[in-house]
Design a protein around this ligand. Structure first.
Ligand SMILES: [Zn+2]
Ligand SMILES: [Zn+2]
Ligand SMILES: [Zn+2]
Length: 574
């Protein structure tokens, strides 16, 4: 039997009796053999968790299920035998975990776990050996980093992180990684722009008016070919890489996109009830009248700026978040236990949206990676899997935290194969590859202050990078954003047109009291994209992911650290 088939058989056996630690231990060993150490650690983590629950004889929930599963396998109902089996499984679980952490160079995590294991099994020679190896490696690395003259904070961080590879798991179905032409249509339906749309990057696009190929067709360069190899397309099922294109000619300072969303959230939780829980708009006067604030019937922890926001939250993500305490997650971020690239608020919101939507439509049998929010994102895998780049990894961020979040959101992380460790990792890479930071407004001591938000702009993410960008972006709800929107509106129409629009919107609001305001609210999380120069019809519009002078960091997104702009491609060929 080949590797993939053996893995599939072991996985199927595990899910037939998902509360039996034995299945997870077997999977951990297979992943060790195939060098998927991230999954080895995740499987060992599940085995250890289940074993500990099973050994707690008072646990009538998961613990009971574990004892039943083990009893069934052993054909023996007696706890004394089951406990013996579980203790044996616990040593195996720790050995698998420690071996995995060692392989991933996560020595700091490994030493912490070895200490824990040692308290339970003080005489175990294998654990002692693994602990010694881990100590040596950790010591060697710390010495090497200290000699490299880094800041104390960096030394601490670098000595503690592990490494993994960003790669596709070869057994996951291809359909989980493609965007179909129909889905592209869906993307454009919700793309909040009058002058731009999302189109495939590399398909020849014949403009029916001029019959000339669009700029995108002529943009095939050496680096773009690499990009294409990483995102293959075929006209029937997969549109390949996407970009944003001008539908008509656009002048400087025109608004290209106002990206309303539920997924760009404050980096540190905002003051309770001061902001709309969905769109982060300020809920206090004079920004919103008291009577306009919507409070949910379920709890007193959140409020909304409009019926639209309230219904998006209450029919969706808030259903799985209501009444749950995630202080531990924010605390872990403050303690730097959580990888700083993983924002706790955004992660929690994105997972809650997907979990709630999947639960609302069980008949659709949607895979989490096919949820419209996640399916639109690409992870930026290398075209050649053997060239997969090393990425920062730690046990808490990649295994403990997401498993615990999902369990709190009501997902059965043991029995539900849709939420396997590999799916969690795929989601992680997609979020990291697309997340942005922006700013908006909050009120501190009666004054407007800047606040940092982070997350996924569902339309914004389609802008590709160029070092010669034609688009700038900012928080629409920030003071600067609000001023720019007004200026753009004034430039677009005459002052009377603007006045008319305002009056019409005020009248409509006065009529039903619930009318959606034109534009954006102060403090909201929408991302605003504006043209920095005139743009021709059919041209691809691009933003810069990095401020000027930081081009050396392009390697985070592009093979060889070069984007597909003229400047980078010129460098590549010269
Ligand atoms: Zn709102
Ligand atoms: Zn609630
Ligand atoms: Zn470039």
């Amino acid at each position: 039997m080949d590797g993939i088939a053996r893995r599939a058989a072991a996985e199927a056996a595990t899910y037939r009796s998902p509360y039996d630690p034995e299945g997870w231990l077997h999977l951990a060993n297979i992943y060790f053999e195939f060098c998927f150490n991230d999954l080895q650690v995740a499987s060992a983590h599940k085995a250890i968790y289940l074993t500990n629950q099973g050994l707690d004889l008072k646990d009538k929930h998961i613990g009971q299920k574990v004892r039943e599963a083990v009893g069934m396998r052993l054909s023996c109902p007696f706890n004394i035998v089951i406990v013996d089996e579980l203790e044996h499984a616990l040593t195996k679980g720790y050995k698998a975990l420690l071996r995995g952490l060692l392989e991933m160079s996560a020595y700091w995590d490994g030493l912490k776990e070895a200490k824990r294991a040692f308290e339970i099994f003080p005489a175990n020679q294998d654990i002692l050996l693994l602990q010694r190896m881990m100590k040596n490696e950790f010591h060697m690395r710390t010495t090497a980093i200290q000699e490299s003259n880094q800041l104390a904070e960096d030394i601490k961080h670098l000595s503690r992180i592990g490494r993994t590879f960003k790669r596709k798991y070869p057994w996951l179905e291809e359909r989980l990684f493609i965007r179909s032409p129909a889905f592209l249509g869906e993307i454009n339906t919700s793309f909040n722009s009058t002058n731009c749309e999302v189109r495939p990057l590399f398909v020849p696009q014949i403009d029916p008016n001029t019959s000339k190929p669009r700029r995108s067709y002529r943009l095939v360069t050496k680096t773009s070919k690499q990009h294409l190899a990483a995102h293959p397309f075929d006209t029937g099922t997969n549109v390949g890489p996407l970009g944003v294109f001008a539908k008509r000619s656009i002048h400087k300072d025109e608004v290209l996109l106002t990206d309303h969303n539920l997924t760009v959230v404050p980096v540190t939780p905002s003051k309770k009830l001061q902001h709309c829980d969905a769109c982060h708009a300020l809920l206090i006067p004079p920004f919103l009248r008291d009577g306009e604030v919507r409070r949910p019937p379920c709890c007193h922890n959140v409020a909304y700026c409009s019926i639209k926001c309230a219904s998006a939250a209450l029919n969706g993500y808030h259903k799985v978040l209501c009444g749950k305490d995630f202080k531990w997650l924010y605390k872990s971020a403050a303690n730097k236990e959580l990888d700083p690239s993983w924002q706790p608020g955004a992660l929690l919101r994105i997972l809650a949206i997907v979990v709630a939507d999947l639960r609302a439509t069980p008949s659709a049998k949607m895979h989490p990676l096919q949820h419209p929010l996640l399916a639109r994102l690409t992870a930026g895998y290398e075209s050649d899997p053997s060239q997969a780049k090393e990425q920062v990894w730690n046990y808490f961020s990649h295994v403990i935290a997401p498993t615990r979040i999902l369990a709190q959101l009501g997902v059965d992380v043991f029995a539900d194969p849709l939420w396997s460790a590999e799916v969690i990792h795929c989601i992680y890479w997609r979020i990291i590859n697309n997340a942005c930071r922006t700013s908006s407004c909050t009120v501190v001591d009666g004054k407007l202050e800047k606040v940092t938000l982070s997350g996924i702009g569902p339309g914004y993410i389609f802008f590709n990078h160029s070092c010669e960008a034609s688009v700038e972006w900012m928080g629409a709800g920030s003071c600067e954003g609000a001023a720019r929107i007004d200026a753009a509106a004034a430039a677009a129409g005459s002052a009377t047109a603007l006045g008319k629009r305002r009056r019409a919107s005020e009248e409509r609001e006065a009529l039903d009291g619930e009318g959606e305001r034109e534009g954006v609210k102060v403090g909201c999380n929408a991302l605003l994209c504006l043209a920095t120069r005139g743009i021709k019809k059919g041209e691809e519009v691009r933003i810069s992911y990095l401020p000027p002078g930081k081009r050396q960091q392009l390697g985070r997104w592009f093979e060889g650290g070069k984007c597909i702009c003229g400047a980078c491609d010129g460098e590549g060929t010269s």
